[in-house]
Design a protein around this ligand. Structure first.
Ligand SMILES: Cc1cc2nc3c(=O)[nH]c(=O)nc-3n(C[C@H](O)[C@H](O)[C@H](O)COP(=O)(O)O)c2cc1C
Length: 341
């Protein structure tokens, strides 16, 4: 439960977000992002103050069969002090979802399980997964009930408001589905306020986040389009949600979590020096290389560009970084751009 009573618009203590038996130390949470939020990414987010991080979405079928690559998605690193880590699951069969939840929670793979009813990708929805579950609310409720029964860690659900924007005069399905998911045992609802049909186009509807926050007896975490620390505070305060999720804006800017907390608590926001940015980018590169070996070279062509995108001459650095044939040259370009040691 959040510190404010249901129906109240303004939580007063942002350090007391409670998801089941998990307390978050801040209302700024890292979004799950497939292909991105591997453990090096999560490690940096945690280091800079994210209060909860999530894995990339993992298939319940693959987990139930203990698929090596899927188990790898859930790898986490020991933290001191520990920060809660959520494993995100997708699947459409309650039994398989329950089996995956049992494995995750009894083997201590995560502190929380999040169910994905949010992914709008064609190949995911075509097979009845992700946001496709919004088509079948009874099945969605059954999945949540089963996962809650099988899991010994808190269960949350991430959703879109519906498949399509509703016809005028009708309500999006989220407004009836979310209370049922809370009744089924979900300990928080995460809403990315774009309809599945929108993919990532248009704008996330934060009015729905506000409406759910005022109605549900469990915390609501809002997601969508937060690009600055000021935006994070604005969305948190104006929607009355328990916490906000930061996604794309944290690419190459893990310190956004620190900055948002500074702003919330009335401090001058932390500003990283170029040298620190170099150190962070280098650490990101080293951890990715450790995790995935030579293949990291290709991923780093994307990742390192995030860190230099605001510099004068960024276009030229970007071109060179994406063409660099090895780690040594990537690092040399990074050093030239950011003035490393
Ligand atoms: C590359 C990418 C991968 C994503 N993968 C997932 C995912 O695996 N599970 C999920 O629930 N949401 C996923 N999302 C959605 C984000 O969690 C988030 O809700 C969305 O990006 C909106 O927030 P933002 O505007 O802060 O990025 C993904 C988004 C992006 C950009």
């Amino acid at each position: 439960m959040i510190s404010s009573a249901p129906g109240s618009k303004a939580p007063t203590n942002y350090r007391s977000v409670q998801i089941g038996d998990i307390s978050l130390k801040s209302p700024f949470v890292l979004a799950p992002m497939a292909g991105l939020t591997n453990w090096p990414y999560r490690y940096l987010a945690q280091k800079f103050g994210a209060s909860l991080t999530f894995s990339e979405m993992a298939s319940a079928i693959a987990l139930a069969h203990r698929g090596k690559n899927t188990l790898r998605l859930l790898r986490n690193i020991p933290q001191s002090p520990p920060i809660p880590f959520g494993a995100q699951l997708f699947g459409k069969d309650p039994k398989t979802m329950g089996e995956a939840a049992r494995i995750i929670s009894y083997e201590g793979l995560s502190d929380l399980i999040d169910i994905n009813f949010a992914c709008p990708a064609k190949k995911v929805m075509k097979s009845g997964h992700g946001a496709a579950l919004l088509r079948d609310p009874n099945l969605a409720i059954k999945i949540v009930e089963t996962v809650c029964k099988c899991s010994k860690v808190p269960v949350t659900v991430k959703l879109r408001p519906g498949l399509y924007p509703p016809h005028p005069g009708t309500n999006p399905i989220i407004l009836t589905l979310a209370p049922s998911l809370a009744d089924a045992g979900a300990k928080a609802i995460i809403l990315h306020g774009r309809y599945a049909s929108q993919g990532f186009c248009g704008e996330a509807d934060w009015h729905l986040v506000a409406e759910l926050s005022s109605k549900l007896p469990i915390p609501v975490i809002g997601s969508g389009d937060i690009v600055t620390k000021e935006g994070a505070i604005y969305r948190l305060k104006s929607s009355g949600c328990a916490a906000v999720m930061l996604g794309r804006a944290t690419r190459g800017r893990p310190w956004l979590f620190t900055q948002a907390m500074d702003l919330l608590e009335g401090r001058d926001p932390f500003t990283p020096t170029k040298e620190l940015i170099f150190d962070i980018a280098s650490l990101h590169a080293r951890l990715l290389e450790e995790e995935i070996g030579p293949r990291a070279l290709f991923l780093l062509r994307q990742v390192l560009v995030w860190y230099i995108r605001d510099l004068p001459g960024a276009a030229d650095y970007r071109r060179r970084l994406t063409q660099a044939p090895d780690f040594t040259q990537q690092r040399a370009i990074l050093e030239e751009a950011l003035g490393g040691p």
